[in-house]
Design a protein. Structure first.
Length: 179
């Protein structure tokens, strides 16, 4: 690896909302806490939750495909998540999250893992979100790099996000079960 491994995830057997994404970025690698960057601000807005709720591990699990920052490519973007991490750990971690009611699938890597390969492009999968909801909500990454995609696909904010927020609210309602 290009740097010292620093796994970043948040998980508890009592979590009801799962945020399943790609891999920590460089800022998250430095902080050791998931989504501590501008994309995290946007993601919390999409979900309709505040920072305290988002970082409450008893209620929200945040599990990337690769637990460590994979490094940067030649253009300065993040490399894909390293496969060996998901191969070795992912199924075990997901199995330890029995109360997940709503899962947000951030990006194509998480969508392929949870929904199966052959779902089509990220845009096609996200456009078919109703087929997977309310259990799964496929989304693009909340990065600024996807601003053009968001402008081109206004239905995402008009249709998917209200349904996602309602599902998140329902998943987080009520007392947390003890395990």
């Amino acid at each position: 690896m290009p740097h010292e491994p620093r796994p970043v995830l948040q998980a508890s057997s009592t979590a009801r909302l799962g945020v399943f994404g790609q891999a920590p970025g460089v800022r998250v690698h430095a902080s050791g806490r998931p989504f501590t960057d501008p994309s995290g601000v946007r993601l919390r807005q999409w979900l309709g939750v505040d920072e305290a709720t988002f970082y409450d591990e008893k209620r929200v699990a945040i599990v990337p495909m690769g637990f460590c920052f994979p490094g940067l490519d030649s253009k300065g973007g993040d490399l894909p998540p390293r496969r060996e991490c998901a191969t070795r750990w992912r199924a075990e971690v997901i199995a330890a999250l029995p109360d997940i009611r709503t899962a947000v699938l951030v990006g194509s890597y998480a969508q392929s893992w949870h929904l199966g390969r052959g779902q089509g492009s990220l845009s096609e999968t996200v456009a078919r979100w109703r087929e997977f909801a309310p259990r799964y909500f496929p989304t693009p990454h909340p990065s600024w790099r996807n601003n053009a995609w968001l402008k081109k696909n206004s239905w995402f904010e008009e249709e998917l996000l209200p349904a996602l927020r309602a599902s998140v609210s329902a998943a987080l309602a009520g007392p947390v079960a003890a395990h």
